[in-house]
Design a binder for this molecule. Structure first.
Ligand code: SF4
Ligand code: SF4
Ligand code: SF4
Length: 327
């Protein structure tokens, strides 16, 4: 007698083999989009960050977000350890040994910023079944619409950076994440975290300008001095200051990772030690959508499933007949 489990197992194995054979020539990655020339973003320079968390407070203020904490013991302070649905931006600390030297891998400490990276080809947008997550074609800002969201949390699972979070305390349910202060940029202002940053560690501007500035900095000779812009590098006003040059890692995180991002990171500590994931240069969305389109183009998957079920049913009924005959 063939159990239901055996039947399903046989069917799935058959479907997988048939679909794989049928789809192999079609399952190519779809092309990845380019950054829009008017895409805006942030450049975070860990060597300039002093850990003051003015950016965290400003983010809360302009987005009208409540205080966050990890346990009732620290409820007196706004102390989120990571982004939450009510905290769109956090400053995290790298620590090693006796913490005696800033921006040193050994016996040192350093700061890093976590907020949405506004990916060029975002997985959250690709995964959202109702287009509550969208990417603006001009600014490239990855936007969220709570009125459309059905609370499925596919975006939470899809983001390679673990950024969007679901608000379980909200009566209606909603996702929370940085939208690059788009409500302010519409009014001619810019990202609050960059506006208040006293050192320019968080800098706002067009991604092209930010990339150029990042390349300039990582090419500087350590130990010298240079001029660091503050605020909005593209539209000013000029608030630059002169300061020392640290020993930069020769890598701009986000230039290529995951198909590229609009929030870039540079610093003196290897990015993976700061918790940034090592990602391939392609976007996951381009691969998963390419596979989906390959499976469904020409009804390949449904036909493969139908064929495999027919084959498994015939095989199992033959098997049952033979077993019955032996009795
Ligand atoms: S405001 Fe600037 S210096 Fe202060 S924690 Fe934020 S990024 Fe660092
Ligand atoms: S970092 Fe995550 S939430 Fe932000 S755009 Fe990329 S995939 Fe979406
Ligand atoms: S751009 Fe705005 S929402 Fe995003 S982290 Fe900065 S202050 Fe917060």
């Amino acid at each position: 007698m063939t159990s239901r489990r055996d039947f399903l197992r046989g069917t799935l194995a058959g479907t997988g083999a048939v679909a794989a054979a049928a789809v192999a020539p079609r399952a190519e990655a779809r092309p990845m989009p380019e950054r829009s020339p008017d895409a805006v973003g942030l450049l975070f320079d860990g060597t300039l960050c002093i850990g003051c968390k003015a950016c965290v407070s400003a983010c809360k203020e302009v987005n009208d977000l409540p205080l966050d904490y990890n346990s009732p013991v620290d409820a007196l302070w706004d102390t989120p350890l990571d982004t939450t649905a009510r905290t769109f931006n956090v400053i995290k600390v790298y620590k090693d040994g006796d913490l005696s030297q800033k921006d040193s891998v050994e016996n040192g400490y350093a700061f890093t910023k976590a907020s949405c990276y506004h990916c060029v080809d975002p997985s959250c947008v690709s995964a959202c079944p109702v287009s509550a997550m969208t990417k603006d074609k001009v600014t490239g800002i990855v936007e969220y619409d709570a009125n459309i969201c059905i609370g499925c949390r596919y975006c939470v699972a899809a983001c390679p950076f673990g950024i969007p979070k679901y608000d379980y305390d909200s009566p209606t349910g909603a996702i929370g994440k940085c939208e690059l202060c788009r409500h302010r940029t519409e009014d001619g202002q810019y990202a609050a975290c960059a506006e208040v940053c006293p050192t320019g560690a968080t800098l706002f501007g067009k991604v092209g300008d930010l990339l150029e500035e990042a390349r300039r900095r990582v090419a500087l000779e350590p130990g010298g001095t240079t001029v660091y812009p503050r605020g909005d590098i593209t539209n000013g006003p000029d608030q630059s200051w002169e300061g020392p040059v640290a020993n930069y890692q020769q890598h701009i995180y986000g230039e290529h990772e995951g198909g590229g991002t609009q929030v870039l990171h540079i610093g003196a500590i290897p990015h993976q030690k700061l918790g940034l994931p090592a990602l391939p240069e392609y976007s996951y969305a381009s691969r998963s959508e390419g596979l989906q389109h390959g499976l469904y183009s020409g009804l390949v998957l449904p036909l493969a499933l139908f064929g495999a079920m027919t084959w498994a049913a015939r095989r199992n009924s033959r098997h049952d007949d033979e077993e019955g005959g032996e009795k």
